[in-house]
Ligand binder design. Structure first.
Ligand SMILES: [Mg+2]
Length: 116
């Protein structure tokens, strides 16, 4: 399998799911959820290594480990919740975070000592 640099999110997710189904046909959602958690740990280790605070945790490949987190998440949702649109959920969450009337924004203003 190979990916085109201009490939859409949906097509990248389809490739990730097809690869995972071929490589791990008997996997269950809990296995992949644990893989997501494991990859988040590897990302944290990479950040620590990149900052030089823990040289025993790898080479500090922050970008590569972040990609692993995304791929594992794409597989988890694409394989067992194919009706869920992960990118739409990401957009919705970002819109909420950036909405000045949302609790998130209000909390930020409060933390900065500003009033609405
Ligand atoms: Mg990894």
């Amino acid at each position: 399998m190979n990916t085109d640099p201009s490939m859409s999110w949906d097509n990248l997710q389809r490739v990730a799911v097809a690869w995972h189904e071929a490589r791990f046909p008997l996997a269950r959602p809990t296995h992949v959820a644990l893989k997501v958690a494991s990859e988040v740990g590897e990302l944290a280790d990479a950040v620590l290594a990149d900052q030089g605070t823990n040289s025993a945790t790898g080479d500090g490949d922050v970008l590569g480990e972040a990609a692993d987190v995304v791929i594992a998440t794409m597989v988890l949702l694409g394989r067992w919740r194919p009706g869920d649109d992960l990118m739409a959920a990401v957009r919705d969450k970002l819109n909420l975070l950036c909405d000045p009337s949302s609790g998130h924004r209000a909390a930020l203003r409060s933390a900065l000592g500003e009033t609405a």
